[in-house]
Design a protein around this ligand. Structure first.
Ligand SMILES: [Zn+2]
Length: 348
């Protein structure tokens, strides 16, 4: 064997390393590429960071309170090869990725569109792909639920007109959850997602309120306030459905699940409630409490087929967290829209 070469290398290391004051990089970042992909109906941006060897240890840091949309990945004992240091990423899922070296590690700094938190990205590794001449890669998949919502299409609601009533608002907070989550805020957020989904699918939507307010005015009686909401539906041209969105509440925190109320003043009311309930259970996955008859003001006084959905219990710790979670809000909105589509299909 070539002992001399080995000795030469050993000497080099012996003399060079102490002068550099650090270990020589053992790994190199060699490339970067990104593309939008789709899996199971969900689209996302896949970023692949090419590496000279199997990624040994890397650390993922979220930007936290100060930089909520930044994702930082550090590679220890790594330097950067000859490739561009900055990449624009199209602004749908992420804005840009930037590479730099700091001491003995390399870092990639990704500016995401959604907050850099667990639900919005996934890090994994891919082995070399000889056929396509790809090296070892660290993969960052970046999601943006807002975008999913905006692009989702619901078949079967086009041309229909739906009145959406986000429960409570303004001076009336509705029920308040364990750590202060307010029903009126959740109902508006979910209603806005339903509105967006329906409008982007070609339906007409009339909202009883679009922001945090009383519909009649502050200090109204319950009947005045609720009648004001019914009136929005009665005045809306060609409206077919009145849908009121609420969160449930109960003294015992264990109470949980999804339910829908209706008042059988027309033959469609019960069918509407059942379709909405089925859609919410399919998408939200909470316990099915079924549909129930109730003489609630808006259900009884609206001339339109009407239903009042109780998404989940704001007084239950698990469901309170879900109600505050954007993915769950979106799933419930999708479930409601699918329920509406199924209801319209059944009427044909
Ligand atoms: Zn309520």
């Amino acid at each position: 064997m070539k002992k001399w070469r080995f000795l030469y290398l050993a000497l080099c290391c012996f003399f060079l390393l102490p002068t550099l004051g650090m270990a020589a990089p053992v790994q190199r970042v060699v490339s970067f590429q990104s593309q939008v992909m789709e899996e199971d109906g969900q689209t996302f941006l896949r970023c692949e960071i090419g590496l000279s060897q199997a990624p040994a240890d890397y650390s993922v840091k979220e930007g936290g309170v100060l930089r909520p949309k930044r994702l930082l990945i550090d590679f220890p004992n790594t330097d950067l090869g000859d490739f561009p240091r900055e990449y624009p990423l199209g602004d749908t899922y992420a804005r840009r990725a930037a590479f730099y070296e700091a001491g003995d590690h390399a870092r990639v700094d990704v500016a995401m569109v959604a907050p850099a938190e667990e639900a919005n990205y996934r890090v994994s590794t891919l082995p070399p792909d000889k056929q396509n001449k790809l090296p070892w890669r660290l993969v960052i998949d970046i999601y943006n639920e807002e975008e999913q919502g905006a692009s989702a299409q619901i078949d079967g609601v086009r041309g229909h007109t739906i009145v959406i009533d986000p429960g409570h608002g303004g001076s009336d907070t509705g029920a308040v959850g364990v750590d202060g989550l307010r029903e009126k805020d959740v109902t508006l957020l979910v209603a806005q997602r339903v509105q967006e989904l329906l409008r982007s699918s070609g339906a007409n939507v009339v909202m009883t309120r679009e922001d945090d307010r009383d519909v009649y005015g502050p200090n109204a009686t319950d009947a005045q306030e609720l009648q004001a909401r019914v009136d929005v539906g009665e005045a809306a041209a060609k409206a077919e459905v009145f849908l009121s969105i609420h969160c449930n509440a109960f003294a015992k925190p264990a109470a949980n699940g999804t339910e829908t109320f209706y008042y059988p003043k027309t033959w469609q009311d019960m069918a509407l409630a059942q379709a909405l309930q089925d859609g919410m259970i399919d998408h939200g996955g909470r316990r099915n409490r079924g549909i129930k008859e109730a003489r609630f003001y808006v259900l009884h006084n609206s001339s339109l087929p009407a239903a009042l959905v109780e998404l989940a219990f704001i007084t239950n710790p698990t469901e309170k967290n879900l109600l505050a979670n954007e993915s769950f809000q979106q799933e419930m909105a999708l479930g409601i829209c699918e329920g509406l589509a199924n209801y319209f299909a059944a009427l044909r």
